[in-house]
Design a protein around this ligand. Sequence first.
Ligand code: AMP
Length: 452
Amino acid sequence: MAVQVEKSPEALLVYLACLRGGFAFMPMNTAYRMEEVDYLVGNAEPALVICDPAREDEIAEIAGRRAGAKVLTLDANGKGSLADALAAHGNAQLPPVSCAPEDLAAILYTSGTTGKPKGAMLSHRNLAANGLALREAWRFTADEVLLHALPIFHAHGLFVACHCALLSGARMIWLGKFDRDRVLAELPRATVFMGVPTFYTRLLAGGGLDAGAVRNMRLFTSGSAPLLTETFEAFRERTGHAILERYGMTETGMNTSNPYDGERRAGTVGFALPGTEVRVTDDRDNVLPQGETGGLQVRGANVFSGYWRMPEKSAEEFAEGRWFRTGDVARIDEDGYVHLVGRAKDLIISGGFNVYPKEIEEIVDDMAEVDESAVIGVPHADFGEAGVALVVLRAGKTLDEETLLARLKERLANYKVPKRAFFVAELPRNTMGKVQKNMLRDEYRDACRPAA
Ligand code: AMP
């Protein structure tokens, strides 16, 4: 059942109905345009597509042509032909269909920063194992009130947030989207808040976030993109809360989390969750000594079985022993905390040397004039690839390219220093707060090529 609808309580009920009825649920990002929906519906071939009434005509055309699928509608207020059809059947309740643990529960297409999106197949076991592990790790109880401001077409808002609350019999305050004023107004009634880093930077940008606003809060969590140390510190100063950062992905659910009771260390994603194992390997899947940087692999009941209709691609992603190659580059420090260094595909190979963008970004971000930065690799005639830094300055600050690069040269081996730096108004981000490095790579493709 493919679904592209605005967030509403009814939209969540559609997901739960799929779990009860033994259907595979396939949510689609509401920002997807027709071309993207066309691809996903053609690839997944759902039997039913549920969409916003405003898009019914276009979606019906795609659903019919690509999958011979029926279409029903659901708007942000729970109205539409789905509600009408239910009413016509007297809102009859059907008994749950029993499912085996390995039965398909959901297909989520990955954000796909390179190539076509791939449908990650998640089983009932995957979802249940991860939900129960998080409930325990984050100490959820029936007394909880979760302030829910994330979208529900993504694993973070749909699985991580909802499963913690629902498996605990807790309550949720359900916001259609993140709205700073609404979040601040509702916070005093809540005990838990889950966000992407952008939520936290927006909450910090302005008044109203103080000890009073968080008086009933027990836990703030962050994930889906890296939380800057600076944000972590500023948030602690304003609210007294250490944001708990965790790490996961569509294919695996959550893999690691900072501890609930122990030290939550900024810039790290903590330890493997109960039931999940993590390891760092070289390119040949050999486990590296602790402290060394390499590819992060995970395994456990949370890890998906493969991509929909891509058996070869799926097989390639697993090392022997069902270890999934996440594509994230990481290091495990002497205390066991996992540090993410970047995506393998973001790795820059300059003159044969590996350059991890994160190492450079951290230094640039620490400069007093700088708000944030992204370092990407672009073609270079001599080195194969060279680094380029895109830098967002703080309001009212100035900095020139020469000074910035000179400062980096003082602190980094020459091969790591970007060849160029550009100052930009903002970094392109997707709805989950991830910087779209592929867009930057396209835009700056010729930055290190000699002018024709
Ligand atoms: P998605 O499948 O859209 O959830 O994206 C998963 C990817 O997001 C991971 O493979 C990581 O690269 C990134 N990610 C998730 N959580 C974090 C985090 N706490 N810090 C840095 N990157 C993260």
